[in-house]
Design a protein around this ligand. Sequence first.
Ligand SMILES: Nc1ncnc2c1ncn2[C@@H]1O[C@H](COP(=O)(O)OP(=O)(O)OP(=O)(O)O)[C@@H](O)[C@H]1O
Ligand SMILES: [Mg+2]
Length: 272
Amino acid sequence: MTTAANESLTCHGVAVTLPGVSGPFDILHGLDFSVARGEFVSILGTSGSGKTTLLRVLGGLLPASAGAVHHEGTAVHGPPEGVVTVFQDYAHSLLPWRSVRRNVALGIEATFDRPQRDERVDEALSMVGLAERADEYPWRLSGGMQQRVQIARALAMRPKVLLMDEPFGALDAMTKASLQDQLQKVQELTATTIVFVTHDVEEAVYLSDRVLVLAGSPAAIGLSLDVPLDRPRHQITTKERADYLELRHRVYEALGHDVGVPARTGERGGHD
Ligand SMILES: Nc1ncnc2c1ncn2[C@@H]1O[C@H](COP(=O)(O)OP(=O)(O)OP(=O)(O)O)[C@@H](O)[C@H]1O
Ligand SMILES: [Mg+2]
């Protein structure tokens, strides 16, 4: 197949059917989209709509029942090199008997010798602001710090693509905002392609170049919305902009929320 030079991941006619209690269950159907290199794409959808399933298919952890996924033009069968998944559940993904440094080294131990490993681990820890905590054990760290350790572990592999499944879902609002900004900076530095699953509409619009909303059953892409807001973005000023608010409104609408009045009318009556 031919792939445009700047395409990282592509889905062509991807469908997923999994066994359910009353027979096969169609979860995803007819997914056609691509993610450009260096692009930040969020995936939203109601609970159970198939976001995690889609991320697993993109990461080669689950085969598509129909259609094809390609990474840089090569069909994905099993996890492709350079594509790393970060799961929501950081507490269970860190090994309590290993220091932060040795947790971050986990994905590169078999591939690199000590000096190269140390260099990558130090770089990844400083990107997430945890250079000072390298010799601690993860259970001594806060939830937000533990999630940063998991992200550092992924960064130490210098991935081309990061697939993130609600990585900030379990964190309080302040920690979440600070990790969002850290992730923005990391992406600015590394130009990593990021596919980011979230429940949080504000987070998706704030971080993304494009937001995809899964809709229907089986789910397909109900909305693909470009987010042309200037970067770097700012937690207060970006979120006060009229164009940010309109994008947010359109995503809520695509998720089936009652948004009061249609965007652009300028009339009062919205409740969000
Ligand atoms: N291994 C599996 N076998 C059978 N069905 C599954 C399996 N994993 C998920 N499903 C079903 O697929 C559908 C989509 O699940 P998925 O976890 O992808 O949703 P989600 O959008 O990530 O939800 P949430 O927002 O709650 O995380 C659900 O109906 C779920 O029950
Ligand atoms: Mg999920």
